[in-house]
Design a protein around this ligand. Sequence first.
Ligand code: 6GU
Length: 254
Amino acid sequence: MRIDVVTIFPGYTEPLGLSLVGKAVRDGRLDLRVHDLRDWTEDRHRTVDDTPVGGGAGMVMRPDVWGAALDDLVTADSHVLLPSPAGRVLDQSLVEALAAEPHLVIACGRYEGIDARVAEHYAQAARLTEVSLGDYVVNGGEVAALAIVEAVARLLPGVVGNPQSLVEESHADGLLEYPVYTRPPVWRGREVPAVLLSGHHGQIARWRRDQALRRTAARRPDLLARLDPATLDEADRAALADLDGADGLVDPSG
Ligand code: 6GU
């Protein structure tokens, strides 16, 4: 997969050279190219912004500079991502869809944002998705680009050493992950749950599944409510019915 990131702060993406993403790039699984937006300016000061039409605080990124950059990078295969607090909130299902794309172009805005005609134009001329990290504000799209690249890269074949890790983690099946433990069996008086030391693989799997359901019900009832009922077996339904009675949490069927 190829990912182009366009930013006025190329240095912001340096952590992508570390750890699993860095290795994916070195192994040729991810073709990651970071560009300085100012390379597409034509004035001596390399200006990327201007004052907002209609007045107001801050500066707006110029459509002509962004247009020149994106015209050079976007092809028929490209999916343009525009980080914005007004975008679709990034979740694992969007990450999975993005990981199946051949080419992403991430256009990192700063200041008060990019002139709105840029998103309109590339939504028509290409495919474009505005993506948000959640309901809070950061100063620009670079942090979102880091999150998107890392979340997508780890789904590419061969990037995560043990593919089973991807199956068991939080959000893989719409649930939060079960709690995990390592040695020692007792730490500061807290014991590892006995079932995990039992060697009964079936019981361990059932306990973990119940914990995932419980945790999700307690911490993220919104996720439970969106769960596809077809992913629940008889034992799952029993576990949830149990919870419902015990904690008065949520009714996943409702
Ligand atoms: Cl993608 N950008 C900015 N500036 N703020 C955000 C965001 C993105 N997602 C949440 N807040």
